[in-house]
Design a protein around this ligand. Sequence first.
Ligand SMILES: NC(=O)C1=CN([C@@H]2O[C@H](COP(=O)(O)OP(=O)(O)OC[C@H]3O[C@@H](n4cnc5c(N)ncnc54)[C@H](O)[C@@H]3O)[C@@H](O)[C@H]2O)C=CC1
Ligand SMILES: O=C(O)[C@H]1O[C@H](OP(=O)(O)OP(=O)(O)OC[C@H]2O[C@@H](n3ccc(=O)[nH]c3=O)[C@H](O)[C@@H]2O)[C@H](O)[C@@H](O)[C@@H]1O
Length: 439
Amino acid sequence: MNVAILGTGYVGLSTGVCLSEIGHRVVCIDLDEQKINHLTQGISPIYEPGLEDLLIKNIQAGRMEFTTSHRDGLKGAEIIIIAVGTPQKNDGAADLSYLEQAVQDISIHLEQSAIVVLKSTVPVGTNEYIKSILDERCSKQAAIEIISNPEFLRQGSAIMDTMQADRIIIGYEKREAANKILEMYRPLNVPILLTSIRSAEMIKYASNSFLATKISFINEVANLCEAVGADIKEVAAGMGKDKRIGETFLRPGIGYGGSCFPKDVKALLHTADLHGVHFSLLKETIAINDLQQETLVKKAVNRFGDLKGRKIALLGLAFKPETDDMREAPSIKISRLLTNLGAKVAAYDPVAKENARKILGDTITYSSSINEAALNSDAVFIITEWKEIKNVDMENLLKNMKHPIIFDGRNCLDEESVKECEVIEYYPIGRPAILIGKK
Ligand SMILES: NC(=O)C1=CN([C@@H]2O[C@H](COP(=O)(O)OP(=O)(O)OC[C@H]3O[C@@H](n4cnc5c(N)ncnc54)[C@H](O)[C@@H]3O)[C@@H](O)[C@H]2O)C=CC1
Ligand SMILES: O=C(O)[C@H]1O[C@H](OP(=O)(O)OP(=O)(O)OC[C@H]2O[C@@H](n3ccc(=O)[nH]c3=O)[C@H](O)[C@@H]2O)[C@H](O)[C@@H](O)[C@@H]1O
């Protein structure tokens, strides 16, 4: 099938390479000339495992092209996927301005009939709104059908999540259009659920909000474990064995971040408020998360009394491992809290350094290795559980530090290696501290 995709961000690009991998001819359209130039040469503008290999392979196979021209990109497309950003407005609502522009671009340049598939995360009712604009503005010979097809991939495992999705949701009005999208996805051989358009839109927000709430829940249980002397590792393992609860998304930490959980929970709350529905659970999910991002700083203040002049090494900056994305990363708030308290922050991240610099500028320093960041530091904060950070050589790390003190915001260091250290103060989340040789 001939597919055009508007927006080559995490979602548009991952979808594009996967659809061409299963045999479709894909043209990706983006306004960003630099992105398109890179992509044309087979260079991925984002760090996403496995993506660049598929990109190069499918360009060489003649199944993938890139353009900044909507006119060229939409020519001959049977299916048009919209994957532009829907960021958060100040009042928590989703900002639909990129989407409106994309729809405007389609209505100006589309000359044939096509199915428009809305993959961006959008509030309930948006697909109908988009359809009405397209019906009104598209040329008379272009009949448009609309499909709501929200995306559930995670950054850092986007290709695997697309190729082996738990489910694909197809929200439709006309069964014929749904059949065509079923056919497009059929080679993936994954479960597909057909729903109404409004249900599809709601499934996306409800799923993200549920997962975010699960994280806030386990973080509060972890805080309680610390207070009462229980161990969250054992507690989460015991809870997770119950199939109704499930083992995933029970990792306590420094709060959720990223481009979607924070904004999508707020957008769902905004929708609930608009419709007079009392969804205060989501308010708590957000409030708990905001506080949880402060937890390492509070622990350090408890330990040192005052952080003025202390050097803190932040290991990891990205909001999760295997991505260079810094959107809503807990490291941003943590860095700002630390520098406001007079601490000096030296940070290391294997791939997110440049994106972090755009946000944090020279308020912190950026190191090119774990040991460089930790050199002469009063404490290490583990922010992102990159493999390299989880597997750090403890002996080497500690000998470089002024004080052998680690606050592990991801509970990711190997407990046995910690226990083998001659001198260490190790403070995980929701678990007893390990204090060896502390005076
Ligand atoms: N990032 C993620 O992991 C996931 C994101 N989503 C949702 O998918 C949507 C896209 O998210 P990301 O890929 O992260 O966004 P992104 O911000 O990484 O990429 C959006 C791209 O769209 C381009 N664009 C904007 N207007 C355009 C237009 N008129 N024509 C062509 N290109 C245009 C931008 O230049 C940019 O490259 C959002 O609604 C998001 O909530 C859903 C699931 C996962
Ligand atoms: O709509 C989206 O953008 C996507 O949002 C999340 O994916 P993503 O944000 O890429 O990453 P996750 O692995 O879900 O992690 C999100 C945040 O939660 C944190 N997290 C996750 C799991 C956990 O147990 N504990 C925890 O603190 C992570 O550290 C990270 O900061 C969802 O998992 C995807 O299904 C969804 O498509």
